[in-house]
Design a protein around this ligand. Structure first.
Ligand code: DC
Length: 241
């Protein structure tokens, strides 16, 4: 029996590049950039967990009382639409990109991501996207659970201090102080622990430690690997940056 037979047939001839790794390892921005370079679509699986969390927060603030059935009752409001080479979750048809990144959602999403029924719902949406387009999917379990037969699997890691530093530069728009980085490192290490069960490196994934790499270097490496495995070295559809 092949565990990969279902996803393969579901996605037809479409290429799937899986990029997994812990929080703040740069998966999403790297995946988005790689997708642009290859003229594929980016699928951010974490955004779907965040959308389910956002909808549930609007239904109930009592996070400790949430059940899988409650969360699943709200997901019918969530769309997943292709816009500018990225699949984006919508709620009630509206773009909710900013709300998905809020502290409230970030604090509650790990709980929602432990619910098996929610995981099945997210995986289904992600596989539907891959049935429509060549995709670069980022998440935690894409290369192990969602697409065990992905054409290329990459696992991104980086030192927690460096991940904290990058996240703060993005959030604050300036260089953070060492105490600020120390505090954020703590947050990231705690999140790693909460997400540990879901974050699994596939045996056949290429491990890339980005601690000392620029984002451009990471992207170039993954694009080169993708071209090698998909035999499209002369892909001229690439868009810079
Ligand atoms: O990557 P992110 O921070 O947007 O992920 C949000 C949450 O969803 C985080 O708790 C990890 C979880 N997640 C997951 O369990 N599996 C995925 N494929 C993607 C995200």
């Amino acid at each position: 029996m092949s565990v990969s037979s279902t996803p393969t047939s579901a996605r037809g001839n479409h290429v799937v590049i899986a990029i997994d790794g812990p929080a703040a390892s740069g998966k999403s921005s790297t995946a988005q950039w790689v997708a642009r370079r290859l003229s594929y679509f980016h699928v951010d699986s974490g955004a779907l967990y965040r959308a389910a969390t956002l909808v549930q927060l609007a239904r109930s603030a009592a996070i400790d009382e949430w059940t899988e059935a409650d969360v699943l009752a709200g997901v019918s409001r969530i769309g997943f639409v292709a816009a500018e080479h990225t699949f984006v979750p919508t709620v009630g048809g509206a773009n909710v990109d900013e709300e998905l990144r809020s502290g409230e959602v970030t604090r509650a999403v790990s709980l929602v991501a432990t619910m098996p029924g929610v995981r099945a719902w997210v995986n289904e949406r992600v596989r539907q996207a891959a049935a429509l387009q060549h995709v670069v999917v980022d998440g935690r379990d894409i290369g192990t659970v969602v697409f065990p037969d992905a054409d290329l699997k990459v696992f991104l890691v980086a030192d927690p201090w460096e991940r904290a530093r990058r996240r703060l530069i993005q959030r604050l728009g300036r260089h953070p102080t060492d105490p600020e980085i120390a505090e954020e490192t703590d947050v990231i290490v705690r999140r790693d622990a909460r997400d540990a069960t879901q974050t699994v490196q596939a045996a056949d994934a290429v491990l890339i430690d980005t601690t000392y790499l620029t984002q451009e270097d990471q992207v170039e490496r993954i694009v080169a690997l993708a071209r090698a495995v998909t035999h499209r070295p002369d892909d001229t559809s690439a868009v810079d940056g």
